[in-house]
Design a protein. Structure first.
Ligand SMILES: [Zn+2]
Ligand SMILES: [Zn+2]
Length: 396
């Protein structure tokens, strides 16, 4: 099948799906309306849809049950922010918006599913669709894994994608090895003992301890992390329980994150973070509790698979898209890491900028971000073309 031609024919459906999801954004793992919309479209295509986790969905396409299985994942959740795009189909839910573009991912995977279902007889194996909520909150992928997305049937490999309003339309960027950082969002609670600001010796100053802790954690990166690697440890919030100038706080809560591309380095730094917190707190007579709000591995792609997928992208998208010369690396994270550390995986980025030469001035996570909808048929065709090509090449 000429997936690109067919995707252009399906443009109205792609736009309808994307806009329907865009105007009714939901956040986190609880996305019942989004999930119901996607389920209805899949069932209308004749697919058997299974719930996976609270609002995740899976479905299988393909008749060769003894063939290989490729997992194709789209995240479907929005962000807790107010949309200011000015679009006629902008969010109708105050304080929630599809500013990361996951509505596009859902529409693209629905489009790919429609085409693959039409072409089901030609598939040398099966495609397992994974519509995943809770990417932004970092817990959706693992929830679906725990609910069995990687079993019955177990996929042999996986693919994911992301749109990019900061890249020109028609640009397809690819990754090589480590592509997204790991992300461990930590909450440190320094417990001291409050007392009068004029009599510091009668308490334990949690604020002073927290200040030393920020510097000690910075030094962890400066002196213990390999300088040839990219590691970031940031403390972005410090909140004292005292609001007065003359009361030492009972406790101080700090929030930050640790990011790295190397999963071994991550394990080492996390262990050291615990030690630095414990011993720095002890130095000042305080205690420090370390908790993690979310944790995810680095997304490390399978290099042979990524090379293979690049050839299908070129074949499928022809001269309507061009692959970047060099691989791309993102300092952000994607909880698809839960899959990439278990299965050989590929991932690509679909340019959704203003035109074929220019990005938009506002990109993902900005309240004014806009995605060029001409990226929809490209993304849908890319997914379908990669699926057919990969299944054929790995036929058992
Ligand atoms: Zn995002
Ligand atoms: Zn995203």
């Amino acid at each position: 099948m000429d997936y690109l031609k067919r995707a252009h024919e399906l443009n109205e459906t792609l736009l309808r799906d994307r806009r329907a999801l865009h105007s009714h954004p939901e956040t986190g793992c609880e996305v019942p309306q989004t999930s119901a919309y996607i389920r209805a479209q899949l069932e209308e295509m004749g697919l058997e849809v299974k719930a996976c986790g609270r609002c995740g969905l899976t479905a299988l396409i393909g008749k060769k049950e003894d063939g290989p299985v490729l997992l194709m994942r789209a995240d479907i959740d929005a962000l807790p922010m107010q949309e200011e795009s000015g679009l006629p189909f902008a969010s109708q839910t105050p304080g929630k918006a599809h500013c990361c573009g996951h509505d596009n991912h859902a529409a693209m995977l629905l489009g790919a599913a429609r085409m693959l279902k039409e072409n089901e007889d030609a598939l040398a194996g099966r495609v397992k669709l994974m519509f995943q909520p809770g990417e932004e909150t970092g817990d959706g992928c693992l929830e679906m894994i725990e609910a069995g997305v990687l079993e019955n049937p177990a996929p042999d490999a996986a693919m994911g994608l992301h749109v990019d309003a900061g890249a020109p339309l028609g640009q397809i960027a690819w990754g090589q090895g480590p592509t997204f950082c790991s992300n461990d969002i930590f909450i440190l609670t320094v417990q001291g003992q409050s007392c009068h600001g004029a009599r510091p010796h009668q308490g334990k100053d949690a604020l002073n301890c927290a200040a030393h802790l920020v510097l000690a954690l910075e030094t962890l990166i400066a002196r213990e992390a390999d300088p040839s690697q990219t590691d970031i440890l940031t403390v972005c919030s410090i909140e004292s329980s005292s609001k007065a100038f003359n009361i030492f706080p009972e406790n101080v809560v700090m929030k930050g994150s640790l990011r790295t591309y190397n999963n071994d380095q991550r394990d080492y730094l996390l262990a050291r973070l615990q030690e630095v917190c414990e011993y720095t707190a002890k130095t000042f007579g305080c205690q420090c509790q370390v908790e993690f709000e979310a944790s995810m591995n680095a997304v490390v792609l399978d290099e042979p698979m990524e090379e293979e997928i690049k050839s299908y992208l070129r074949e499928t998208l022809k001269d309507e898209a061009h692959l970047t010369e060099k691989p791309i690396r993102k300092m952000g994270s994607d909880d698809f890491a839960g899959v990439t550390c278990r299965l050989p995986s590929a991932y690509f980025f679909v340019g959704a900028g203003a035109d074929r030469e220019h990005p938009y001035p506002y990109i993902q996570h900005n309240s004014k971000v806009v995605f060029n909808e001409e990226c929809l048929p490209l993304g849908a065709a890319a997914l379908a073309g990669c699926a057919e090509g990969w299944l054929k090449n790995h036929a058992k």
